[in-house]
Design a protein around this ligand. Structure first.
Ligand code: MSP
Length: 514
């Protein structure tokens, strides 16, 4: 079975922001890790193109919704390519195959007796594309998230009978392995414990949506259609759109990675829809936190939105990936602080890792014929750096297994710090001046280079570009085919030529705010 993982399908009301870039980078690290560990992966991302929010955005811009979607979808696609995102599928919910799938799915749900007609009254937020339960004020309330007026709706819609799934969903969300991280479980459990109410899955006043078969004038509620995009993406493998093929195509997903704001849709509504259609449930839903900037919520009105294009151009992928993955515990909220960003990149990547590699390989080249010194026999598995490396490898992998990218990044950084420490303690530059010490220096330099190699290999899923440059600087050692074997101490072969070093990571200088 492949490891199937998904990002949310992003609304195309606007171009990508840092939030969507953050989720996508984290998923990319996870996808790369799973490919290295298990081989077969289906990494799904894409865009959610229907609904009133998008319809209105297009109207405001004086273009057709389809034109608008085409434009923003390609912005996403291009941006992900420039960030080096390694997705296997990119799904657009305006893909005609998706309509086919949504209709098949609906027919199954209808055949299960889970579709009923009902009257929907309540306050709706178009920006959230969601009915708000009991807003605080009864008269002209605003959306608590978007601070815009809610709209009163009173219409006859089709409803999904979520209430029938009360006990099954309760059991699911009470499990300890479905919702991650653990800190997000209680909120969902409380929501379910209040009693699940049927929810409307069609709209009569939204033309920019997929038509509901057999119910003229109804289009699907954007969330019903969007969640199904994950399935369409899986079936986009050259075969037919046929729900019966799902389980051979990588369903169920190993994990849906999403922001905490859309946990309810993924951990409650979605599993119930799948149960109704007789399909297996995803193994896990991981709800990450929100990013703020210098302690403030990012928003257009505040004028403090961080544009991922600008970040990419001015700082490059390695720097941004490192900051996001290393500084924020994935799952918790995180704050983007420019000074801290610059400091971390310069300290961790340019100094601790970059300089380590540079000065060690310069010394090795100078004293050992431009190649890896003959120190492998003297730097065996009991060498202090080898012991440190083994610990770093196991902590790093264990962290990646549970999407704790911060733990993994810190573990590999600690190894680089220890290697720097070893270099300073053993001071090969002075020892080399003493007679007969060459073989001791060879062992010390070999151990440090080997630690740097393991840092480079561990970085591969997290910062693939920097990882590539580190390994190139070490003469591209092919220690083994399997990634786990590359992580075993002793992979550098003495005598391997070392190329002329050049900094693997430029220092970041940001004179102006991003
Ligand atoms: N279209 C729906 C998802 C459908 S999935 C079948 C949607 N799209 S979205 O574009 O509005 O949001 C996508 C993701 O971005 C959400 O997971 C949301 O949590 C995340 N983020 C939006 N702002 C964010 C931050 N400031 N920080 C981190 N993530 C944030 O919801």
């Amino acid at each position: 079975m492949p490891y199937t993982l998904t990002t949310p399908l992003y609304y195309v009301n606007d171009k990508p922001h840092l939030g969507s870039t953050y989720t996508t980078i984290a998923c990319d690290a996870l996808a790369r890790y799973q490919r290295l560990r298990n081989g077969s992966v289906v990494f799904i991302t894409g865009v959610d193109e229907h609904g009133q929010k998008i319809q209105r955005t297009a109207e405001r811009q004086g273009v057709s919704p389809q034109e608008h979607c085409d434009r923003i979808s390609s912005t996403y696609r291009d941006l992900w390519a420039r960030w080096g995102i390694s997705q296997d599928r990119f799904i657009r919910t305006t893909d005609p195959r998706h309509l086919d799938l949504v209709q098949q799915f609906f027919e199954r749900v209808e055949a299960s007796g889970d579709v009923v007609t009902g009257r929907q009254t309540g306050w709706y937020c178009v920006d959230c594309e969601e009915f708000k339960d009991d807003p605080a004020e009864a008269v002209d309330p605003d959306c608590p998230i978007h601070r815009k007026p809610l709209e009163w709706r009173d219409e006859e819609n089709l409803f999904f009978r979520l209430s029938r799934y009360q006990s099954a969903i309760e059991e699911l969300v009470n499990r300890d392995d479905f919702i991650a991280p653990a800190s997000r479980r209680q909120e969902v459990r409380n929501f379910v414990a209040q009693g699940l109410r049927d929810f409307s899955i069609s709209r009569v006043n939204v033309s920019w949506g997929l038509p509901v078969p057999g119910h003229d004038g109804h289009t699907f509620y954007v969330w019903f259609d969007a969640l199904l995009g994950y399935l369409t993406a899986l079936l986009d493998d050259g075969g037919d759109v046929d729900l019966d093929r799902l389980e051979q195509s990588g369903w169920p997903a190993s994990v849906h990675v999403i922001g905490k704001d859309i946990l309810r849709f993924h951990a409650v509504f979605w599993p119930a829809m799948l149960m109704s259609a007789g399909l297996p449930l995803p193994h896990r839903v991981f709800g990450h936190g929100f990013l703020t900037r210098e302690g403030q919520k990012m928003g257009k009105s505040l004028g403090n939105v961080l544009d991922p294009e600008v970040l990419l151009e001015r700082c490059g992928t390695d720097a941004v990936r490192w900051y996001l993955l290393r500084d924020i515990q994935f799952g918790d909220d995180g704050d983007f602080q420019q000074q801290r960003f610059v400091d971390l990149i310069n300290n961790d990547l340019a100094n601790t890792i970059g300089n380590l590699l540079n000065r060690t390989s310069s010394m090795a080249r100078k004293w050992f014929e431009e190649s890896v010194p003959p120190g492998r026999d003297g730097a065996g598995a009991d060498h202090p750096l080898a012991v440190q490396a083994a610990g770093a490898v196991s902590t790093c992998l264990e962290g990646l297994d549970r999407l704790a990218f911060k733990t993994s990044s810190e573990a590999l950084l600690q190894l680089a710090i220890a290697a720097n420490g070893h270099l300073n303690d053993t001071a090969p530059w002075s020892r080399m001046k003493q007679p007969g010490q060459e073989s001791v220096v060879a062992i010390d330099l070999y151990a440090v280079l080997e630690a740097a190699r393991i840092v480079g290999v561990l970085l591969s899923p997290l910062l693939p570009d920097l990882s590539g440059r580190i390994l190139e600087q070490l003469g591209n050692p092919r220690a083994a085919d399997r990634w786990e074997d590359q992580l075993v101490w002793g992979g550098l072969t003495p005598g391997t030529p070392l190329p002329q070093p050049s900094p693997v990571m430029q220092r970041l200088e940001l004179d102006e705010p991003l």
